[in-house]
Design a binder for this molecule. Structure first.
Ligand SMILES: [Zn+2]
Length: 121
């Protein structure tokens, strides 16, 4: 879910209670379809201790990217299902679909926002 500003129609993910574009506080919930395209990404080989514990690292980098949703909002998320050892195979503009990862951390399990390439066709 995101939020939409009723004054200027801007959409935000995660949802905000105040619009940073026009300072309006008249926001409504906006359901997101979960589809978008990749606008920027990086593959991270030197991760945080928490990511190292999950098995990511030099031999298994993870990808984080900025996704532009069909609703015209941008969100930072993990990008799964791509070849992080070969970043040249990942392309800006590729269509993506939302996924939710369940990961175990020091403070219990958490849900992580992620996106995967849409199956071709
Ligand atoms: Zn606004």
């Amino acid at each position: 879910m995101g939020s939409r500003c009723l004054a200027c129609q801007a959409v935000f993910v995660p949802p905000r209670s105040l619009c940073p574009k026009c300072d309006s506080s008249t926001m409504e919930w906006q359901r997101m379809d979960g589809r978008g395209k990749l606008v920027a990404f990086t593959c991270i080989a030197i991760g945080t201790p928490a990511m190292l514990k999950l098995g990511y690292g030099r031999e298994n980098p993870y990808c984080t990217g900025v996704v532009e949703l069909e609703e015209n909002a941008r969100v930072v998320a993990r990008i799964e299902g791509v070849d992080t050892r070969n970043p040249g195979s990942i392309s800006v503009g590729m269509p993506l679909q939302v996924d939710f990862l369940r990961e175990e951390g020091d403070s219990g399990s958490r849900t992580v926002l992620a996106f995967r390439p849409l199956p071709a066709g």
